[in-house]
Design a protein around this ligand. Structure first.
Ligand SMILES: NC(=O)c1ccc[n+]([C@@H]2O[C@H](COP(=O)([O-])OP(=O)(O)OC[C@H]3O[C@@H](n4cnc5c(N)ncnc54)[C@H](O)[C@@H]3O)[C@@H](O)[C@H]2O)c1
Length: 438
């Protein structure tokens, strides 16, 4: 099949590269000329394991091309995916201007009947709006809602081996149904993966999934705060409840709060959409409020630990990305922590295996970034761990202690909790955990 994917970010590039890897011909379009230039030189602008190899291989095989010219990219394609960003507006709603703009351009330049696939995360009702927008197009245009569930850091596997493929198609849109079946066939050989529904349900399914996962995290984070007050251990509770198959073990880790480009924006957008319909989604709203408060929890803990006077203290941070395996710092808890510490007058020295360039763009020289993790520790008054990258999992604690001025460790991900660090002379704190004693 011939496809075009508009928006060549995390979702669009993964979608394009993966479909190309199944033998289909894909043209990826973006308005960002420098991004397209880099991709044409086989430079992948984002960090996503396995993506670069896939892009290089398929571009070389002539199945994957890159362009800024949407008008010619849409000619002769069977399906056009829209994977542009839908960032939050000031009132929490999703900004759909790029989605509508692209849909309009697609139908303007299509030279035959077209199926538009909405892959961006969009609020319920967007499919209907786009369908109305393209109603007067020269060629018949059917609009499908096909939200994406990949997670950064594991995006290729998620796309290639999906748990499910949600497809929101109107009953009368047989052509759309046929083409969705065809394009996903290589990822759906068992013929069990596609969950068909109407577009409104598909749109809400995406928000429901992210909000449910975010809710679990916020719940555990709140519980962690209580655990610290009463001498309970949130990790034990996680194991205790996660072993119940009705609950399951995933997304029950207490930490510094959830971040990334999806959970915060999608939870807020769901609340805002519901409000527009006169409905108060109280659980979703609380999920967001708890997270906003919790994202400064680690920094507030540090303030308590070091005494109220933080000004002038040198604080090392390990981990800036919102999770391991990505360079993405959008809404990362590290941003709240850094801002808190800078406001208190601290000197912040940070390291991350992948996310330093993005952090530099955001903070300039307000934060010192070091290429080697241990360099952040020289004369540090505390080390704050915020992303559980593999390279931080078992560090050389002797070396850490030697380098730091005061051996205070604040482990925002509870990865060092079992290491008996008190015995090694550290002042250790996790999130809602009781450190293992000898
Ligand atoms: N990142 C994720 O893990 C993830 C997962 C599932 C769903 N989503 C959703 O997918 C959508 C895209 O997310 P992303 O993380 O890939 O975003 P992104 O910011 O990484 O990429 C979006 C791309 O769209 C391009 N773009 C914007 N307007 C355009 C236009 N008018 N014409 C052409 N290109 C345009 C931008 O230049 C950018 O390259 C969002 O709605 C997001 O919520 C993201």
């Amino acid at each position: 099949m011939r496809l075009c994917v508009v928006g060549t970010g995390y979702v669009g590039l993964v979608t394009g590269a993966c479909f190309a890897a199944t033998g289909q011909r894909v043209i990826c379009v973006d308005k960002d000329e420098s991004k397209i230039e880099r991709l044409r030189r086989s430079e992948v602008p984002i960090c996503e394991p396995g993506l670069e190899e896939l892009v290089v291989e398929n571009a070389k095989a002539g199945r994957l091309a890159f362009s800024t010219d949407l008008a010619s990219a849409v000619r002769d394609v069977d399906l056009a995916f829209i994977a542009v960003g839908t960032p939050p507006t000031f009132d929490g709603e999703a900004d759909l201007s790029a989605v509508f703009g692209v849909a309009q351009q697609l139908v303007e330049h299509a030279n035959h009947d077209l199926v538009i696939v909405l892959k961006s995360t969009v609020p319920v009702g967007t499919n209907a709006q786009v369908q109305r927008l393209v109603a007067d197009a020269k060629h018949e245009t059917q609009v499908v809602s096909n939200p994406e569930f990949l997670k950064e850091g594991g995006a290729i596997d998620d796309f290639m081996y999906p748990d499910r493929i949600v497809a929101g198609v109107r009953p009368v849109h047989d052509r759309a149904r046929l083409l969705i079946n065809r394009v996903y066939h290589p990822l759906n050989l068992s013929n069990t993966k596609i969950v068909w529904m109407n577009p409104e349900s598909a749109e809400l399914t995406k928000y429901a999934a992210n909000t449910m996962l975010a809710l679990r995290i916020s719940f555990m984070n709140e519980l962690a705060v209580l655990c610290e007050q009463v001498g309970a251990d949130v990790q034990s509770i996680r194991r205790g409840i996660g072993s119940d198959p009705r609950i399951g073990p995933q997304f029950l880790h207490a930490g510094p709060g959830y971040g990334g480009s999806c959970f915060p924006k999608d939870v807020k957008a769901l609340v805002a959409t519901a409000r527009r319909h006169g409905i108060e989604l109280e659980l979703a709203d609380a999920t967001n409020r708890v997270n906003v408060r919790h994202r400064s929890f680690v920094a507030r803990k540090l303030k308590r630990r070091l005494g109220s006077e933080l000004a002038g203290k040198r604080i090392a941070i390990w981990g800036l990305a919102f999770k391991p395996g990505t360079d993405d710092i959008r809404e990362s808890p590290s941003l709240t922590t850094i801002e808190f510490l800078l406001n208190e007058g601290c000197k912040v020295v940070a390291h991350d295996p992948e996310a330093m360039e993005n952090t530099r763009e955001m903070f300039g020289d307000k934060v010192e970034l070091v290429d080697e993790a241990y360099d952040a520790l020289k004369s540090a008054d505390a080390l704050v761990l915020l992303t559980e990258w593999r390279e931080y999992q078992y560090p050389e604690f002797d070396r850490i202690k030697e380098l730091m001025r005061t051996p205070v460790l604040l482990d925002g991900r509870n990865i060092w909790v079992t290491y008996r660090l008190a015995e090694q002379g550290f002042e250790y704190e996790g999130v809602g955990v009781q450190a293992v004693q000898s």
